[in-house]
Design a protein around this ligand. Sequence first.
Ligand SMILES: Cc1cc2nc3c(=O)[nH]c(=O)nc-3n(C[C@H](O)[C@H](O)[C@H](O)COP(=O)(O)OP(=O)(O)OC[C@H]3O[C@@H](n4cnc5c(N)ncnc54)[C@H](O)[C@@H]3O)c2cc1C
Length: 385
Amino acid sequence: MTAQYDVAVVGLGAMGSAALAFLAARGVKVIGIDAYHPAHTLGSSHGDSRLIRLGYFEDPSYVPLLQRAYRNWRALEARLRADVLEITGVLQIGAPDSKIVSGTRASCAMHGLAHEVLDRDETARRFPVFQLDRDDIAVLDPQGGYLRPETAVLGYLKLAAEDGAVLHFGERVTAIEHDDAGVTIRSAGGTYRSRKVIVATGSWIAELLPELRGHAVPIRQVVAWYQPKDGFVTQPGRMPCFLRDEGDEGSYFGFPAIGVDGVKVGRHAHFREPIDPNQPNPPVNDKDTALLDGFIGKRLPAAAGVRANATTCRYTMLPSEDFLLDIAPSSANVVIASPCSGHGFKFTSVVGEILADLALDGGSELPIGAFSFDAMRRYLDRRAG
Ligand SMILES: Cc1cc2nc3c(=O)[nH]c(=O)nc-3n(C[C@H](O)[C@H](O)[C@H](O)COP(=O)(O)OP(=O)(O)OC[C@H]3O[C@@H](n4cnc5c(N)ncnc54)[C@H](O)[C@@H]3O)c2cc1C
């Protein structure tokens, strides 16, 4: 007999694990299915650390969701009795009119968020690891910091299981068929019926959701860790996490020496190389390491000792580089968990809540209007001219 659920969650990385936990906490009969075993290194939610910040330069409309995300992260920690969110401050550095600096200040001003604006000398005095150009400034977000992605994913799955969710790992979903009453989910391991399904398959999302083909594009991302030359100025507490706007060259991000590998840096979206999600990520090459070695040597010379490690990961980009959190146009029983364009992890704790709302209530009271299918279509129309 085919097993019957209220909601099925396909994909148990960041977004799917959180959605599953919120659904199970609401007492519904729920199953989560993942092709691999958590917290694996084949998707987008591994690598020790993810930035979180409140003064969001990308758009001030994200701030209310971030405020909710902070609250939800603390609730996760309280239930798990584990540390997931560490506050180090986030320093956002660049020319005064650069996108990151001016956008962060605008976001802070609009929402009345605490922040400090530092000139080059003040930055050097307080955070000596950073090398600023003469006219650069830095905006300190005192509420910024980093999240531990593996702890978060495993933690949400643990809570989901405690609250009665059924978990299937190592089982790839091959088809989702929908009808008026619900969905049929097929995998090599079985067939399941559910009233609703949340598709949270990250870089693989277009395989199960035809409406995202050509719109959700997985790209290669590379990060590297360096043993600091000066182990004092790179300690958390002495060194905040950071974003650095390099104008036409894009932006870089990084973390203090959290673990044994040292200071971690990456360039947002790296070289924007599309990848096949079903192939292993192309390995780290000399061009990748030359880029990151060059950046750290120029901008954080005290951190630029031996490169201890470098690895690949993947972003899944949407056309506007925003999110997509909506019911699928093809079926009211299918909910789309956003491929988050390389900046979604910090929102995991609120996205999980939103996905549960969409599946159970057909909508959410949280402000997600900008992340609808219609918003994506409008963006595409504008871009087409
Ligand atoms: C290097 C790097 C740095 C980043 N830095 C930041 C940061 O500092 N701050 C920030 O906010 N965000 C950051 N991001 C982005 C953030 O990590 C991602 O947006 C987020 O992790 C995506 O989560 P996800 O659940 O969508 O995907 P994933 O975690 O990849 O989960 C998708 C899951 O679906 C499963 N799956 C796929 N297909 C199937 C199938 N057919 N059947 C069953 N299961 C399936 C996969 O096995 C996987 O477990 C970064 C990303 C990378 C790669």
